[in-house]
Design a protein. Structure first.
Ligand code: ZN
Length: 681
């Protein structure tokens, strides 16, 4: 590991945040540390600087600027390093004990800015040490050394008197006091190794503290290259493993909690694989080393203590695999209940059990899945799991991986401040659901994709025009995916659904929206025009729906098919037969899906939209195979009963409502400002 320190970069940070030179340098090296996943992952680590600020009445106040919760070290700003009055913090060292709630409250009470985030739970550890700059990471290489039965001896042999050694204690007041006592025994140390937790380094300058961190982690990395033994002898695997797209919906279904009446608490998946991950998950002993626990306790919040290990899936025997996977998940859940019960016995006050589902799924022959309430959360769990693969691989190569005890991990998972957050922050209506929108690159499709994204869904935007799909996905924000798809080509549709399954784990809602208008007098129109229109305005809806049903049946958690039909399906327009005929068939298709797949919990509904300024016109224009001949804006903007302009957003709102209408199927919702000839019943 190399130092990335640069004088000119450091000075540019000072120039940018010039009010306080110390803080500018603190931001700089915090970002250096936070930018390397071998040092810091998703909030795991913190830094501080002791400096002085001037308060409102002109008094100079000694403060500790320490990382605030909720900030990522990799892109931290001065606001992410709230200033806490130092003198009151130091007084706490004389206490015998201090609850986490009182500690957080006291720290908040001594903030210079009352709107700051909560200072880190490791604030007192930073305060009790005398150094100006203090850096703390959960460096992977250090964890591989400390997470051993003889981790302390290994570290002492490596670092000698350059470091102090702190036994494992859960972060908070007790750890801060013990760490300060270890330091006091030999104030010449350059840092502290927190056994089975991480590492602190400190110095008089930002550069000194940072470069000591790099030096200590580099020594750990070098140590891991000595005396390595081969690890992870591979287990026997199926000759032809199933694909990620095949197994992901099954896994997603197994993890979903049935809440009755067609509602499920679903999860989003994030798949990872690499030669290192494969060596780990394919290992004959994966059931041992993967079940010992997380490499540093705060990962528990994101990944739980253990992943679930599934059997290796064979492409030609998915059914048997599904049954075995179901049993493995059930055993995991049972094991989690038992873990909670045996540890809650000694908890005071008693804890509320968290949901028992795994956050990491290991699949021999494929790789691993992170599991989360959103793609973002799933990716965080996957990032940590990938990092754990590395630390466990190195730990096993030089010895035996042995992290903290189950009781210690329980205390982190059921930390009182985390328990206090339970039940707060309601999720959005379509959170945890994956939505595919065809023809999503513009008009109604684009508006619908964005409306679903705003309501919390993970969105896959499909369009013939890849650039448009990618652009709309970007506008959806977050983790939306934009893909090229020709809905009239079954192979292209299959590939798009496979990509959705690989990216998010499955599909819950499909908005089959792609379409285009062709005209012609029915008695004279060329058959080719009619057939072309049927390909896009009928058969494509069938291909998309059949793929959706295949995925939804694998998940076993129901689903929703939504079709963009047209007023033409009910109320033929003159010379619009080539458009209206397949749309009428698609309206019937919707009813047939509702009828045949209601037993699977799959709902099918349609939106009958008309006279959309940006909808049909654009829909027609973007279809590269044809443009709407003779369709003028005037035709679409003709008066409606309400005399109101209907927008793509109005249609999107109807799709959104139908996606959530758990008791509605085989329904057509009209969004046209009022057209009595196209009204239903
Ligand atoms: Zn820590």
């Amino acid at each position: 590991m190399k130092s990335l320190w640069s004088d000119s970069d450091a000075e540019s940070f000072v120039a940018r945040y010039g009010a306080n030179r110390d803080l500018g340098l603190r931001v700089y090296t915090t970002r250096l540390l936070g930018g390397d996943p071998r040092l810091v992952l998703h909030g795991g680590g913190n830094t501080s600087v002791k400096t002085t600020v001037t308060d409102l009445v002109g008094d100079s106040v000694a403060v500790l600027c320490v990382k605030g919760s909720g900030w990522d070290m990799g892109n931290i700003e001065p606001a992410g390093l709230p200033a806490v009055r130092l003198a009151p913090l130091l007084k706490l060292r004389t206490l015998d004990r201090l609850s986490d709630e009182d500690m957080v409250n006291y720290q908040r009470g001594n903030l210079m800015d009352s709107t700051s985030p909560n200072p880190s739970v490791e604030t007192l550890l930073h305060a009790f040490l005398p150094h100006k700059f203090i850096d703390h990471t959960h460096a992977t290489a250090v964890l591989s050394l400390t997470d051993q039965p003889d981790g302390e001896e290994i570290c002492r042999a490596l670092y000698g008197k350059r470091m102090g050694y702190v036994p494992y204690i859960m972060p908070g007041f007790a750890l801060a006091r013990t760490a300060a006592e270890v330091f006091d025994q030999d104030p010449t140390v350059e840092g502290l190794v927190l056994l089975k937790h991480g590492i602190f380094t400190f110095g008089a300058t930002a550069r000194e503290a940072y470069e000591r961190m790099i030096a200590m982690v580099s020594l750990a990395e070098a140590r891991l290259q000595q005396g390595r033994k081969p690890v992870f002898a591979a287990a026997a695997l199926p000759a032809r493993p199933a694909s990620v797209a095949q197994v992901a919906p099954v896994i997603r279904g197994l993890l979903a909690l049935d809440r009755g009446e067609g509602a499920y608490r679903r999860w989003v998946l994030d798949f990872r694989t690499s030669p290192a991950i494969r060596a780990y998950v394919d290992g004959a002993e994966v059931g041992r080393y993967s079940q010992v626990g997380v490499d540093t306790p705060d990962h528990t919040i994101r990944t739980k203590n253990r992943p679930v290990v599934l059997p290796a899936p064979a492409a030609d025997d998915l059914e048997a695999w599904s049954g075995a996977a179901k049993a493995a998940v059930a055993a995991y859940v049972e094991g989690y209940h038992a873990y909670f019960a045996r540890n809650n016995v000694r908890a005071a006050p008693k804890k509320t059990e968290l949901d028992p589902m795994p956050r990491v799924v290991l699949v021999p022959g494929l790789g691993l899945f992170g599991v989360g309430a959103s793609k973002k959360d799933a990716a965080i769990a996957a990032d940590i799991a990938v990092n754990t693969v590395e630390s466990v691989t190195d730990a096993e190569a030089i010895g035996t991986y042995r992290p903290v005890s189950e009781a210690d991990m329980f205390d982190c998972e059921y930390w009182s401040l985390e328990q206090a957050k339970l039940g707060k922050g309601a999720e959005k209506g379509l959170a945890r659901q994956v939505v595919v929108v065809t023809g999503g690159g513009s008009g109604i499709g684009a508006a619908t994709a964005k409306a679903f994204a705003r309501d919390g869904a993970e969105v896959v935007v499909l369009d013939l025009n890849e650039g448009a799909a990618v652009q709309v996905a970007r506008e959806c924000g977050g983790t939306a995916l934009g893909l090229a798809c020709d809905v009239t080509d079954p192979a292209s549709v299959r590939a798009a659904f496979d990509a959705a399954c690989a990216a998010f784990g499955g599909v819950d809602v499909v908005v089959s929206n792609a379409g285009a208008a062709w005209q012609g007098t029915v008695g004279t129109v060329d058959d080719a025009v009619l057939r072309t229109s049927f390909e896009l305005n009928f058969f494509a809806h069938q291909t998309v729906s059949a793929n959706a049903v295949r995925v939804m049946q694998a998940q076993g958690t129901g689903g929703c098919l939504l079709f963009n039909t047209s007023k033409q399906a009910l109320n033929p327009g003159k010379n619009f037969g080539p458009y209206g005929l397949p749309k009428a068939a698609t309206l019937f298709l919707m009813k047939q899906y509702a009828l045949d797949h209601g037993k699977d919990g799959i709902r099918a509904n349609a939106v009958n939209a008309d006279r959309i300024r940006t909808g049909l016109l654009t829909e027609a224009m973007i279809a590269s195979r044809s443009t709407a001949r003779g369709v003028t804006e005037k035709d679409y903007m003709a008066g409606n009963l309400l005399g109101r302009e209907v927008s793509a957003g109005d249609v999107a709102d109807a799709f959104l409502w139908l996606a959530k209408a758990m008791k509605t199927t085989a329904c057509t919702v009209t969004v046209d400002g009022g057209n009595i000839e196209a009204s239903l019943r």
